[in-house]
Design a protein around this ligand. Structure first.
Ligand code: SF4
Length: 500
């Protein structure tokens, strides 16, 4: 009997950008008596179901984006005789769907770190329950990933988590509702040990795959300090101190290490934090800008962000402190107008963000936006291939609409075309060349162009392109350039490196 852990994907590029962390965490959560699980990442290549023999156990983690492929994999695995167990955010939200559409024997809801072992024991004892509740595991109980199972030469970046959960409440995001609003931080020692494991293997680019690397903003501290009861203030101070301790230890790693994370814009008000990030070699961060107008920020409950010139200033602050920004913008908000697209492209350039992504507003399950949108359709949502729009992830890709939220003044196609045009503008060769100055040296600048091109092909053209020819061209391109690009990220293995 073998345990398979499969990360489902519709597209495989042969080389992937970031390691799907869950595979290596659940591998570590698999008790030794089951042997080493077989890890399958379909973003590298498709799984061959002929490998399954009856009695094998297949664990699948699905998010909304890969649920349809996940269900296909689950059905085929069950037909081949496997016991199929689902987990992940989407299965947590829709356990019944995983049973119906994905033929699940069982579903693990919430964090799988601790409960996975019980599900495996029960599966082999013939007492598997239809559902397990993993809940929210405390930070010091997060299971460290098993990087010894990492296939060589397949990934550009590794991923290590330092904190789960986010105290904010953006309307388009499910993180604060699934992972919770109380940040659960791992101990610094645990994080460092994993990073050193990876550096020993030659990974010098590591994504700190956190919901929000800056869980305590200065404003939160000020507010807590105004209360008579200082308990919360002391807790927040301690959390902040732990972040600084983590960064101080990261700073002692080899100087060619590069970390990337996800952070809220409020961090730009905290120069001490940004300086610590720079010293820790956290050289880039995804910052959710979302909208460049105050109305747009209100639309998504993110009015803690700035807009207009103040926003450009705030974003430039990251750069001044040596942190490159991957700005994330949303189009299709109710307050967006035709002029918003150009204004956003101009702001992204003026704010000197190094990379940017422009996504169309999509109602993802688990979010406030989704609930509102689902309700607005009442009992009779439009259907595609017999599948209601409110279950859009189940509609076959080729028939799936590209846009879900009706816009008060623009047609869907207009929003899509204008979004595509902003990608085209931001990633046009002369603009990327100009931006590449930030890395310096001809070799560095050429690498920057290659990475920008890859990013754009992987995310823009495969995501929002309307014609299948453009999509398949983009996939071929990504496949072609992902291998040489990976080499740019590898470092010299350091088998003797010690935890600082
Ligand atoms: S979008 Fe970012 S800041 Fe907002 S709730 Fe989600 S993780 Fe937190």
């Amino acid at each position: 009997m073998k345990v398979y852990l499969i990360n489902p994907s519709d597209v495989s590029f042969g080389t992937a950008v970031i390691t799907p962390r869950w595979l290596f965490v659940l591998a570590a959560a698999t008790p030794a008596k089951f042997g080493d699980p077989v890890l399958v990442d379909e973003t590298l290549e498709r799984f061959d179901f002929a490998r399954i023999v009856p009695g094998d156990i297949v664990g699948l983690s699905v998010h909304t984006g890969n649920a349809l492929r996940g269900y296909e994999v689950g059905r085929a695995a069950r037909a081949a005789g496997a016991i199929v167990i689902y987990g992940g955010i989407h299965a947590t939200l829709y356990p019944d769907e995983a049973r119906e559409a994905g033929h699940a024997h069982s579903v693990v809801r919430g964090d799988g770190d601790l409960v996975w072992a019980t599900a495996l024991e029960d599966a082999t004892a013939g007492t598997l329950l239809p559902q397990y509740e993993g809940g929210r595991v405390p930070g010091d109980a997060f299971v460290p990933a098993r990087w010894d199972l990492l296939p060589e030469g397949s990934y550009m970046w590794a991923s290590v988590q330092t904190v789960r959960g986010c105290p904010k409440h953006c309307s388009f995001c499910s993180v604060w509702r699934t992972d919770g609003q109380v940040p659960r931080m791992r101990t610094v020692d645990m994080v460092l040990k994993e990073i050193v494991d990876l550096r020993r293997k030659g990974f010098r680019f590591i994504a700190l795959a956190d919901d929000n690397f800056y869980p305590v903003a200065l404003k939160d501290l000020e507010m807590a300090n105004r209360r008579e009861d200082k308990t919360r203030y002391e807790e927040l101070k301690e959390m902040r101190a732990e972040r600084f301790e983590l960064m101080a230890r990261l700073a002692k790693l080899p100087k060619d290490s590069v970390f990337f994370t996800q952070i809220t814009m409020e961090a730009a008000e905290d120069p001490e934090f940004l300086d610590a990030m720079r010293k820790a070699n956290i050289k880039g961060a995804l910052v959710g800008v979302e909208s460049v107008t105050p109305e747009g920020l209100k639309d998504v409950y993110k009015d803690f962000n700035l807009s207009g010139d103040a926003l450009a200033d705030r974003l430039r602050t990251f750069r001044k402190h040596g942190v490159h920004v991957l700005g994330s913008f949303i189009f299709g908000l109710p307050s967006d107008r035709a002029t918003t697209f150009d204004a956003t492209a101009a702001l992204a350039e003026a704010a000197e963000v190094t990379f940017a992504q422009f996504v169309m507003l999509t109602p993802f399950p688990g979010t406030l936006d989704f609930e509102k949108w689902e309700k607005s359709h009442g009992d009779t949502p439009p259907a595609f291939d017999g599948i209601p729009l409110t279950r859009h992830w189940l509609i076959p890709q080729s028939k799936r609409p590209k846009y879900y939220m009706p816009h008060p003044t623009m047609a869907h196609e207009e929003v899509r075309q204008r979004t595509q045009a902003v990608w085209d503008r931001f990633y046009s060769l002369p603009v990327v060349w100009k931006r590449s100055k930030c890395v310096g040296g001809l070799k560095g600048r050429l690498a920057f162009i290659l990475i920008s091109k890859l990013y754009r092909q992987m995310y823009a053209n495969t995501g929002i392109a309307s014609d299948s020819a453009r999509q398949s061209r983009a996939q071929k391109w990504a496949r072609l350039i992902s291998k040489p690009t990976r080499r740019l990220f590898t470092g010299r293995p350091m088998p003797d490196l010690q935890v600082p």
